[in-house]
Ligand binder design. Sequence first.
Ligand SMILES: Cc1cc2nc3c(=O)[nH]c(=O)nc-3n(C[C@H](O)[C@H](O)[C@H](O)COP(=O)(O)OP(=O)(O)OC[C@H]3O[C@@H](n4cnc5c(N)ncnc54)[C@H](O)[C@@H]3O)c2cc1C
Length: 423
Amino acid sequence: MSRDDDVLVVGAGQAGVQVACLLRDAGHRGAVTLVGEEPVPPYQRPPLSKGFLTGSLGADALALRDQDYWGARDIGLVLGEAVTEVVRGGHGSGRARTDRGRTVAFDRLVLATGATPRRLDVPGGDADGVLTLRTLADAGRLRDRLRAARDVVVVGGGFIGLEVAATAAALGARVVVLEAGSRILGRVVSEATAQHLAAHHHANGVEIRTRARIVEVVTDGGDARAVLTTDGAVRADLVLVGIGAAPRTGLAASLGLRTDGGVVVDEHALASDGTTLAVGDCTVLADPTPWGDGETSVRLESVDHAVEHAATAVRTILGESTPHTAVPWFWSDQGSAKLQIVGLRRPGDVATLRPSGSGRHVVGFHRRGRLVAAEVVGSPAEFMALRTLLGARHPVPVEVFADPEVALRQLAKQARSATVTAR
Ligand SMILES: Cc1cc2nc3c(=O)[nH]c(=O)nc-3n(C[C@H](O)[C@H](O)[C@H](O)COP(=O)(O)OP(=O)(O)OC[C@H]3O[C@@H](n4cnc5c(N)ncnc54)[C@H](O)[C@@H]3O)c2cc1C
């Protein structure tokens, strides 16, 4: 790959934007074209389920770059057009066509197509007032409807569902979360953290019903009126469906690339043809943590991952073959509760609750005696310390982690100076 390659990035979200910007930052000389199907300049998604819904952040505040950035960096930004077809040449080159008939030639293709929300597949699931949340347009609709909503049902006790539930309750709605599993956040956090957050939501007036089986959204004149479960009906004038997102792999599949719950990429962000790159939410990759087993595959949906993965792809394009290793981190603001996660937990890891003050909650996960992940609520300083410790691979035995007399910040300081000394 070369600095003179013309690069086409499909998808102008967090990961695609990062690829384009980093290429120019690194002095890439070839053309850089970024094509996004959404008709608005690239923006941050996290506030869509938080500040944007409450009205504390307007759409202007979400922009990933200033308006004049793209021209100044000579990045060809094409908005409101979807790439629908790619014809390959040799050695990774080819030609892409958009739904508006534009053709873009490239030497190097980067897929950054993200994910699309899963829909509720029951009668009435497509009624007016049954919404999903992924884009600024979705968030605009949800925000408008929330203002008038009295009875909000959130389907799915995952990150997005619970963030919206907290916001809706704060805006004065009666909120019921219907979760299919035996607890909230079943895929993404430990039992202890789920319990801590469930208590927070109850205290803020959000009702959570687990093991919920939804059979229908009852409508009247096309509008949602109730959600019918096997246990009865729940009144609803607004239904937010937050049951996960499916990776957008259509283009990759049409190119014959391997997909398996995402575009399969190696440690250089290369897809199975060895030349196309793929980054961010649309991909599946080997656990990138330093203590990953090289076999477990993960699909990571976070800003941190999108940004770090983009950096790996850019190094690959520039011919620097540095493999992607990272200790991923993630945050979720659920009303006043800030959840932060670092590392990747696996079944079998030993969970240890660190004694903490009121409102704070810190759990560490050890694998063969090594700290591999942590979940923190309401303690950003301890989270930062844990991120540093994990990043530096500093040993934190279970008994040290569990000892409230040990200041994690002090340990992190030692880890930082040890890293500097080692250099
Ligand atoms: C409501 C919400 C809240 C979130 N909150 C947090 C949070 O608190 N913390 C956190 O770490 N992460 C959060 N995330 C996750 C984070 O935003 C994503 O992980 C990140 O945006 C992924 O970036 P991406 O570029 O891979 O995908 P996306 O940002 O989804 O971008 C993909 C883009 O590609 C476009 N596209 C797809 N196919 C085509 C095509 N064929 N042609 C042209 N364009 C195409 C899509 O329209 C989209 O704009 C949140 C996500 C959402 C939706």
